[in-house]
Design a protein around this ligand. Structure first.
Ligand code: MN
Length: 298
């Protein structure tokens, strides 16, 4: 974390502007907009990496573990094959949702389709699970089709939760929502619940949120207390809208684990390192990823 956390454009109105931080995932550079200094969560959403655009054979991330979260994978371009320890093998294409629930433990890989080459662009999100489900069984859902609703100059595709009466069938453990907004030039007003906080992530093009420009690759956050979002774009743009009731629990996040205490993270990582059946196995030729334990565990 460095001085890039502070963006001089963050002074506008009630929108908190978050600049991305570059991170390396399996040799590919991603733009991370969550968690960032000053913005750890948006509802239960606790992690957001923008992938690409990159051209080539696609993503290759070897098996790695998760606890206490759901992964939400969403593509604007490309093809990724998901494999996990629940037994899933599921290609995902633009407009489709892969939703994996880790609970007490899961492992998975993200792989290129053999022979496929092209442009990869998308977003990888995590949702923190609440106490009621975070020790539960792992699970996976694929949704090839999702509800859509027209809003002024936008087409909303609802991944999770509900927007303007369109409700996603995807599993939801807390009161949160996620929707892609394909925005056409002009103004779009999105009705929202005032108990929710919201974030608009500009995936393609710049998006003005309540008059504050959220540049492509940035996140704009709005606190609870509003019942509509006002979005303006000059050219076609694509945004990811996130929302939810502010998450009550303090999260401890390290590597691929979302927990409440460091002890939970240390225990999970010891289990992964030991090959404990808590994380199962993934049917793939790729060897599992192992990293050193957290520096504070010694
Ligand atoms: Mn993962």
């Amino acid at each position: 974390m460095g001085s890039d956390d502070l963006d001089p454009r963050s002074s506008g109105g009630d929108v908190q502007l978050i600049a991305p931080k570059l991170a390396d995932i399996g040799g590919a550079t991603v733009r991370r907009v969550l968690p960032r200094r000053g913005r750890r969560t948006v509802g239960a959403w606790c992690f957001a990496d923008l992938m690409g655009p990159s051209d080539g054979p696609g993503v290759e991330v070897a098996p790695h573990p998760h606890i206490g979260l759901q992964t939400v994978t969403w593509l604007l371009d490309g093809l990724i094959v998901h494999r996990d320890s629940v037994g899933s093998e599921q290609p995902i294409r633009p407009g489709q949702l892969n939703l994996m629930t880790a609970g007490r433990g899961v492992s998975h890989s993200e792989e290129a389709e053999p022979g496929w080459t092209g442009r990869t662009r998308g977003i990888q999100l995590w949702v923190a699970q609440p106490e009621a489900t975070r020790w539960g069984a792992p699970a996976f859902e694929h949704h090839a089709q999702l509800p859509q609703v027209e809003l002024d100059a936008a087409l909303a595709t609802v991944l999770v939760g509900e927007v303007a009466g369109a409700a996603s069938p995807a599993r939801r453990d807390t009161d949160h929502l996620g929707a892609q907004l394909a925005l056409r030039p002009g103004r779009t007003v999105v009705p929202v619940r005032s108990v929710h906080e919201h974030a608009v992530i500009a995936l393609q093009g710049d998006v003005a949120v309540h008059g504050t420009v959220v540049p492509e690759g940035h996140l704009g956050h709005l606190a609870p207390g509003i019942d509509e979002l006002v979005l303006d774009v000059a050219e076609d743009a694509v945004a990811m809208l996130l929302g939810g009731e502010p998450f009550a629990d303090e999260l401890v996040m390290w590597w691929n684990y979302v927990a409440r205490t460091r002890a939970e993270v240390v225990a999970a990582h010891a289990d992964w390192t030991a090959g404990h059946d808590r994380f199962g196995t993934v049917a793939t030729h790729l060897p599992p990823i192992h990293v050193d334990p957290p520096p504070w565990s010694a």
